[in-house]
Design a protein around this ligand. Structure first.
Ligand code: KG4
Ligand code: ZN
Length: 393
């Protein structure tokens, strides 16, 4: 870490279908105010909605188109966008770095020649896990900026970022201390469902994970079966409100009673499919039926997530339960988790991010990058690699 008192990080997230760039400024060593200078996200959900899921080639193209406008907005909000005279000396090398990202190159070169280098110390970027073509756009973008502006990069693990955003509380970074461990972490997103043990800060051990679909994926796929569009989570949770029980729908709670910490959600999706097939077209289109189905899908997922997390919490005598990922934005899940932790793990504290920080965004990458910056874990842009299957350990 440099000797200056604060560090400014620009963080990039492109692992799936959200293009996010955040800029933060925080004390380089001791804890203190963590200024979020900007946190801009361009979502692609409308584009993917017609496919009922994320289409990687399309997502890659959208990231290429969105990154420069998102960067411009992010720098502008942070008060860092200043014009300069064109300077073409580095253009040739930049063209090489971006040779595989043609659309991005066409947007980025004019941008870099137009604006001066912002007061940023490092660039954090998600390097995995995620969709490989999408990750590469973000990583090549980070490489280009790092080379052009002459600043180091910080590779960030997307899963850790979803969990570590929980350390940002009331505008400050509150690191876990000895008394907060062991912690049980539940990551629930569109691509992952994992239970992890954190014995000390940054030391993770995988306890269990889904054997097939992730929880978010299950929301997305069942929403598709019900003709509700993409992404499924927010729509299913909205429809679930006010769902009754007039149709007597009983979906399974897969692996609820197994002794391990694994999950399985693909059977739930199949049950929804069969349940739907058994019904007449008239019923399938009845909003009361759809609402009831959504309520039952949501509750089935919540029941399994809570049961396994609480079991892990008890088995390991957890002092903290940390939840992260897009599904953590589900209101019912948040409410039921709070009640259950209070009741069954009265000595444990539940950490769950603000709803607006649950789905993919640049800020979570910035927080994660900040922890690495404090430990001087900077890299040269030449060493950045993508790992679409990056594990947490
Ligand atoms: O973390 P995230 O933004 O992207 C990945 O890393 O995958 O998570 C996206 C997932 C999607 O499957 C989406 O349907 C789900 O999070 N999701 C929700 C809610 N909001 C987003 N699931 C349940 N309830 C929600 N309110
Ligand atoms: Zn995510």
């Amino acid at each position: 870490m440099k000797s200056n008192k604060s560090i400014t990080i620009l963080a990039i997230e492109t692992s799936c279908d959200d293009t996010g760039i955040a800029i933060i400024k925080a004390p380089a060593r001791e804890a203190g105010a963590f200024d979020i200078l900007s946190n801009v996200v361009a979502s692609q959900t409308e584009i993917h909605a017609k496919y009922g899921g994320v289409y990687p080639t399309l997502a890659r193209r959208e990231h290429q188109n969105n990154l420069v406008p998102v960067l411009e907005k992010s720098l502008s909000e942070a008060g860092m966008l200043e014009g300069i005279k064109p300077n073409n000396t580095k253009t040739k090398k930049l063209e090489k770095i971006l040779e595989r990202e043609k659309d991005l190159k066409e947007k980025l070169l004019p941008f870099l020649e137009k604006y001066s280098k912002p007061k940023i110390d490092a660039i954090a970027v998600t390097t995995g896990p995620g969709l490989e073509p999408c990750l590469w756009v973000g990583v090549n973008f980070a490489k280009a900026l790092s080379f052009y502006w002459g600043m180091p990069v910080i590779p960030v693990n997307h899963i850790k970022a979803h969990l570590l955003i929980n350390m940002l509380q009331d505008g400050k970074i509150k690191e876990l201390t000895k008394k907060d461990f062991p912690a049980i972490c539940l990551i629930v997103s569109g691509g992952h469902t994992q239970l992890l043990l954190m014995e000390s800060l940054g030391k993770y051990k995988l306890l269990g994970e889904t054997r097939d679909d992730a929880a978010g994926e299950c929301f997305d796929k069942t929403a598709r079966i019900l003709g509700l569009g993409y992404p499924g989570g927010p729509i299913v949770s909205k429809m679930a409100q006010g769902g009754g029980n007039g149709f007597n729908i009983n979906l399974p709670r897969p692996m609820l009673h197994t002794k391990d910490y694994d999950f399985s959600f693909s059977g739930l999706k199949t049950s929804v499919l069969y349940e739907n097939l058994k019904k007449s077209e008239k019923i399938r289109e009845d909003e009361r039926y759809i609402k009831e189905m959504c309520k039952e899908i949501q509750q089935s997922i919540i029941d399994v997530l809570i049961k396994k997390t609480i079991k892990a919490g008890m088995d390991y005598k957890a002092k903290t339960i940390i939840i992260g990922g897009g599904v953590a934005g589900n209101n019912e899940l948040r409410k039921q988790f709070a009640q259950k932790v209070k009741k069954s793990l009265p000595d444990a504290r539940l950490l769950i991010p603000d709803i607006k920080h649950c789905s993919d965004n640049g800020l979570m990458v910035a927080v994660s990058g900040y922890f690495k910056a404090k430990e001087n874990k900077f890299e040269k842009w030449q060493n950045l690699e993508v790992d679409a299957n990056l594990r947490i350990q």
